[in-house]
Design a binder for this molecule. Structure first.
Ligand SMILES: *[C@@H]1O[C@H](CO)[C@@H](O)[C@H](O)[C@H]1NC(C)=O
Ligand SMILES: *[C@@H]1O[C@H](CO)[C@@H](O)[C@H](O)[C@H]1NC(C)=O
Length: 402
């Protein structure tokens, strides 16, 4: 009896010790990972050393994972999470490497110049290393944030029709307004304040684009307007605000044309912008129940990658992308409260099942567009003719899982 008791006690002790051990191990891995992620900032002069260190670390992670039995599935799951982060960090490192390797040692401006897309005046950049480094830093995604709530709402104005898009240019603070669901021009204002104090949409502030836009899918990135046009084909158009000309048009091969959000049938495809660049939300054909996502190269309009988000088009009214995560906003046919009810993370860290349901503050109608501004971390919404700004609260992805 006593022996049995001792045995149970010792078994219990062993289990607790093992748990403590793995918990400690997790903390250790977490800390190491954070340290490594911080070090990516210092990548500039630590290229080689870092690489081998990361390899060692990956080996360690793999060994640990192999060593772990099925008994500790919870820890195992955490470790897989860590492994995904390592792999992701690795991919980012590879990306930086191609940027900094001698072979690829051409300034981004030069590449653009080769394509003849920018005028000479614009291609002149300040001398020095800083510029390159800033570019590289901007390319390495340090964006680990996930939207955790809608903090506040500000109704700025009521201008134009019930549907439209408004979006600021973070670089120049100008504001662009696409009124309605199609047109050949866009209204521009010098600032949000100018827009608010203006008497409304007035032809003196309108800018002709040359090719018609359709739907509420337009976006602004790096001094260019990107919009969707649908004449014979569905195309993405890139309009250079500096020169006032269209600099590129790319066809979008769709088996059949059908709206990306069922509650906004005019929007065939929706362009979105985040820290990582330009995205396109679309539906590949009318039988496809889900929203598809494509990453576009903002310079060439090339499609880099395509995903099925798993988020249904039915009852969707809008969507936005922040830090590589798609947030799809749903409503009902009789407008009620909009809510983020489906998320999709291209890196697979944020899992839809674990993401919270997020309601927008109670409002009048339905959104025709929601444009995310990565600099300000706020959404520019067009809600039944009202122009609204939603501030978002964010938290770190890993913490979102715990
Ligand atoms: C804005 O669009 C609506 C249709 O949605 C139209 O009735 C209105 O005239 C437009 N306003 C301007 C200034 O173009
Ligand atoms: C349009 O705006 C200009 C100034 O930007 C103003 O002088 C003009 O009266 C406005 N027109 C209308 C119809 O509001």
């Amino acid at each position: 009896m006593k022996q049995a008791f001792l045995f149970v006690l010792s078994a219990f002790w062993t289990l607790t010790a093992a748990q403590n051990y793995y918990q400690g191990l997790m903390d250790y891995l977490d800390n190491r990972l954070l340290a490594i992620e911080d070090r990516m900032q210092l990548w500039h002069d630590q290229n080689r050393r870092y690489h081998s260190e990361q390899q060692d670390f990956k080996k360690l992670t793999q060994e640990l994972m192999e060593g772990l039995g099925g008994d500790f599935s919870a820890f195992y799951k955490d470790l897989s999470g860590a492994d995904i982060r390592v792999q992701r960090a690795e991919r980012e490192m590879e990306y930086v490497e191609t940027w900094t390797s001698p072979r690829a040692c051409v300034r981004p401006e030069e590449r653009v110049l080769e394509r003849g897309e920018w005028s000479l005046k614009e291609s002149r950049v300040p001398e020095g290393e800083d510029h390159d480094w800033e570019e590289v830093k901007a390319q390495v995604s340090d964006c680990e944030d996930v939207v955790s709530g809608i903090r506040s709402v500000k109704i700025l104005k009521r201008a134009g029709g019930p549907k439209g898009v408004w979006t600021p240019d973070p670089k120049s603070s100008k504001v662009f307004v696409f009124n309605g669901t199609s047109g050949d021009s866009v209204f521009q204002f010098n600032s949000v304040r100018d827009f608010c104090s203006s008497s409304g949409l007035n032809s003196s502030s309108s800018l002709r684009l040359g090719v018609d836009w359709t739907g509420a899918g337009s976006a602004l990135y790096n001094h260019h307007l990107y919009y969707v046009t649908h004449a014979e084909e569905v195309q993405v158009v890139k309009f250079d605000l500096a020169s006032g000309f269209i600099t590129d048009i790319a066809m979008f091969p769709l088996a059949s044309v059908s709206p990306v959000y069922s509650l906004n049938p005019e929007t065939i495809a929706d362009l979105a912008v985040d820290h990582q660049g330009l995205w396109l939300l679309y539906s590949s054909n009318e039988k496809e129940p889900n929203i598809n996502l494509a990453k576009l190269d903002h310079q060439s309009l090339d499609i880099e990658q395509i995903w099925d988000t798993g988020c249904p088009r039915e009852k969707a009214e809008a969507a936005f992308v922040a830090c590589g995560v798609v947030y799809v906003v749903y409503n009902t046919r009789l407008p009620s409260r909009s809510r983020i009810q489906c998320v999709f993370d291209v890196n697979g860290v944020v899992v839809n099942e674990e993401a919270p349901l997020m309601y927008f503050p109670r409002r009048f109608g339905a959104h025709s567009s929601l444009k995310y501004n990565p600099e300000e971390r706020q959404l520019y919404g067009w809600d039944d003719g009202y122009q609204i700004i939603y501030r978002l609260t964010m938290k770190r992805k890993m913490m979102a899982r715990r």
